[in-house]
Structure formats: structure tokens, C-alpha cells
Design a binder for this molecule. Sequence first.
Ligand SMILES: NC(=O)c1ccc[n+]([C@@H]2O[C@H](COP(=O)([O-])OP(=O)(O)OC[C@H]3O[C@@H](n4cnc5c(N)ncnc54)[C@H](O)[C@@H]3O)[C@@H](O)[C@H]2O)c1
Length: 234
Amino acid sequence: MINVILNGACGRLGTTFQKVAKETTDVNIVAGVDVNRTGISTGFPLYKNIKNVAVPADAVVDFSTPAALDYVLDFCVKNNTKLLVATTGHSEIQNEKIAAAAKKIAVFKTANLSHGVYVLSRLVALAASLLDGFDVNVTEIHHKKKLDAPSGTAKMLADVIKSSCVDENTPDVSINSIRGGTAVGKHEISFFGNYETLTLTHEACCKDVYAVGALRALRFLMTKKVGLFSSSDL
Ligand SMILES: NC(=O)c1ccc[n+]([C@@H]2O[C@H](COP(=O)([O-])OP(=O)(O)OC[C@H]3O[C@@H](n4cnc5c(N)ncnc54)[C@H](O)[C@@H]3O)[C@@H](O)[C@H]2O)c1
């Protein structure tokens, strides 16, 4: 059994993770953390700050905000707990802190837990390596309550394009962010050439895809003692 502390337990992804975890036989949420405790019945103790959690666990799953990072890292390093960083929008300095913690504990970090987006990133790398001199645009669409823009996934895809390009002049990758309604998450990458355009698209149909991806990442993390891992390691 993988015993998990869920940070951001009352948010959109936190509640989705709760639902999906209940349907498994190998993942058990032993405590939740949320600054805005909503009073919903979670079936596990709910704390306002992870530093107050006294329940032993194998891993922390973080679906909260970048502001929680210092507390989460302190807790995991102090208690030798594995960490799945699913939150997006961290600064460069915060990413360095995550990498430093990963020298002491096992950390999995990805901006997108969907397997389809991982495959998309591989296809995008192939296209970027073959389409010399094309102009590239990433358009991402998310629900209007999403805090960060561009999305972590759009930034990750832009990095993949720049690092895969064989052209001496790495193209500027423009990113458009659209926010509206309850859209779960869509990423469209267009390569514009002379007289032709190639477009690759991924659309998440429901938030469960991220929770299922979190379960897959957790099971992988259990096999690791130390290090920083991402979707390409699965
Ligand atoms: N990696 C992925 O595949 C993936 C997919 C979707 C969303 N996300 C990211 O997950 C995060 C959460 O998304 P969401 O849509 O559930 O957001 P949300 O706003 O619905 O939920 C965030 C929750 O975190 C809580 N919170 C805020 N500060 C906290 C703190 N210091 N400690 C503990 N809890 C705190 C909030 O009260 C809220 O309940 C975002 O960063 C989002 O971009 C990642």
C-alpha cells in the first residue's frame, strides 16, 4: 500500500485525485492539507499546513500552488518522504530548490501527468528536428480559474521545440494562452512553413487523466530512493 499525504486536497485536482485514489487498491490517502479547508468530508485528517502533519506516509502528492513549495520540501526532506510535484508555475529559483531536494529524496516533477501529452512532446521534438526554418506557435486553452499563464505544459513544449531544432537559428516559439469556462486543457502546436502548416493537438477531456497519471508516477516513485524524475523516466 502506498500511503499518501495530499497537499491541495480540497482543490479541483485534489478532489479528483481523492476520487480516483478511492478506486484503487494500492493507494491510500492518510492525510490532506489545504489552506482553505472546505469542510467537505474527506475520510482522512485535514490540516492547514503540511508542517503540522504527524501521520507517517510514503509520499506527498502536491496539487496546490507554488507558494506551498518551501513547506512541502522541508516536510519531505525532514521525514524522508518521496514527493510528486504536480503543481505548476514554479520560478527558476524554486526549480533549483526542487533539484536540490532531489539529491536527498526521490522527486517526480512534471507539468503534465497525461500520457498523451508525453507522447505529444516526443512528436513535437521529431517535428521540430525535421522542419527547418518553420515558425512555431503553441496555443493553450484552459479554464478561467487557472492561475498560471502560459501553462507549464506550453513552456515545457516550447523548451522541447527549441532544444530539438537542428536549425542554427533556434526559432522564436510564440505562445498564446486562452482562458475560458471550464476547459480542462488543450495544447495545439503549429509549425508554419512556406505553403504548408503542420498542427499537433492534445486535449484533455476530463481532469481524471491527471489523477490517473499521478497514480502511475507514484507507483514509479516507490521504486526510487533519490533523484529527480519526470514523464520521460516512466
Ligand atoms: N501536473 C499536471 O498534470 C497538472 C494538471 C492539472 C493541474 N495542475 C496544477 O495543479 C495545481 C492545482 O490545480 P487545481 O486546478 O486543483 O487548483 P485549485 O485552485 O482548484 O486547487 C489548489 C488547492 O490548493 C490549496 N492551497 C493553496 N495554497 C496552499 C498551501 N500553501 N498549502 C496547501 N494547500 C494550498 C487551495 O486552497 C486549493 O484548494 C495547479 O498548479 C495546476 O496548474 C497540474
